[in-house]
Design a protein around this ligand. Sequence first.
Ligand SMILES: *Cc1c(COP(=O)(O)O)cnc(C)c1O
Length: 376
Amino acid sequence: MTDRIRDFLRTRRPDGPCLVLDLDVVRDNYIALNRAMPDTRVFYAVKANPAPEVLALLAELGSAFDCASVPEIVMALEAGATPDRISFGNTIKKERDVARAFELGVRLFAVDCEAEVEKVARVAPGARVFCRILSDGAGAEWPLSRKFGCAPEMASQVLEHAHRLGLAAHGISFHVGSQQRDPEAWDRALATTAGIFREMAERGIHLKMVNLGGGFAAKYLKDIPTAQDYGQAIFNALCRHFGNRIPETIIEPGRGMVGNAGMIKAEVVLISRKAAEDEVRWVYLDIGKFGGLAETMEEAIRYPIRTERDGGALAPCVLAGPTCDSADVLYEKDPYFLPVSLEIGDEVLIEAAGAYTTTYSSVAFNGFSPLASYVI
Ligand SMILES: *Cc1c(COP(=O)(O)O)cnc(C)c1O
């Protein structure tokens, strides 16, 4: 927790669960990524945390934005980004949304099949498209499914189709999986990408750009590589596979930009046992899967949790949210160790919660308000 977040909580005493996000940390993350990859343009993945203050800060720092919908594009524009700094990175778009984005000035679109290329060609003539290829997400703690991207063998066909329809076949994108703690994960994807570049060149189409996606980790409980580590591994892989003809590159960090900048303040609502002899206690918080902690799905993301009673003896707890849905359990398969002295009414601090929390919180399930957010 940063001093600014500590001071905010002490002086403002906000009631109910809330995210407090420190913009100084976002600024540091942006600078670190930029420094680690000086020739790479940053397109912040807006979905990770679209708070207007975050977008405005990043726009001011010179960041570009990876948007997945027209409302996200509008938010980026309102934050001060020019349309040439916006990518419509979702491979699944309505044709009228592509048209609207084009009207707003956006000229860079993601595709992963010929049908999507056709939509873009019809309503965004001459725009640049990049084709997303599948990645298995091996080693990522929040791996992405086969939902996005096509088989690498299909990518050249998709891009050739784009070229035929008057679009600029601009490049290739991939995402190595979110919370990817292995910087070498980019190597395999880049080997494949370089192969597609060569194949396209043989057909007279010269791709220009590699979109390296997101995946940069936030520090939860385990150690993570530094921005330098990622930058070095990616640069080495680019040299290995592209030789001295390294293409233009962009990254789309989401979690790595805002994850460690935010902390959620929550409260213990109830502590109980299911049977007198049970060793494991159930600890119910006023926030759960539906209040913003959706990434605890399958216990994938394990947040660091601090309490005012840290330091004493610990005991295993099942941690659950406050709603009436039985799926609203955060950690059970792998119980969470919390202080034995923890009591009902205690405040708990959930760290590194700046990414994928406010956007995932439901509107009013059981009447609970969406996760409050304070950007300081
Ligand atoms: C979500 C997303 C990102 C951000 O991923 P992180 O792992 O949070 O960095 C980047 N690019 C695309 C296309 C995405 O959908």
